[in-house]
Design a protein around this ligand. Structure first.
Ligand code: CU
Length: 124
């Protein structure tokens, strides 16, 4: 009896660990904005993101300027989009974002009319 209970307990612990590790393994993307008038998003291989699969990603943004922000706009992210770093903020911040089918725009909103401060990728 004791042995069975122990085994069941170990099984639950293993399940909990598995669930925890699943939550931690979203594909990672890297965003950078600044110090000049540039913004980017790259995949784990260091290539510019042009296409993504529907799903949940962790986006780690490095914001190198207090005059820029890093915002993702697109389906499911609301009218203002998901602001990962704000304009005065300088440093690193991460956010977990779920993307749906459609076109997403990563942009520095104060400079959205500057072509180098905006880009798009497709999610399918
Ligand atoms: Cu800017």
């Amino acid at each position: 009896m004791t042995r069975i209970r122990l085994a069941a307990g170990a099984g639950l612990a293993a399940l909990a660990l598995a669930a925890g590790s699943t939550a931690m393994t979203h594909p990672k993307l890297t965003g950078v904005v600044g110090p000049g008038f540039t913004i980017s998003i790259k995949n784990a291989q260091g290539k510019a993101v042009k296409n993504l699969k529907v799903g949940t990603y962790t986006i780690a943004v490095t914001d190198k300027s207090k005059i820029h922000n890093w915002v993702l706009e697109g389906p499911g992210l609301g009218k203002k989009g998901k602001e990962i770093t704000s304009t005065p903020f300088v440093g690193k911040k991460s956010a977990t974002v779920t993307v749906k089918k459609g076109v997403y725009t990563f942009v520095c909103t104060p400079h959205r009319t500057v072509p180098t401060m905006k880009g798009t990728f497709k999610v399918a």
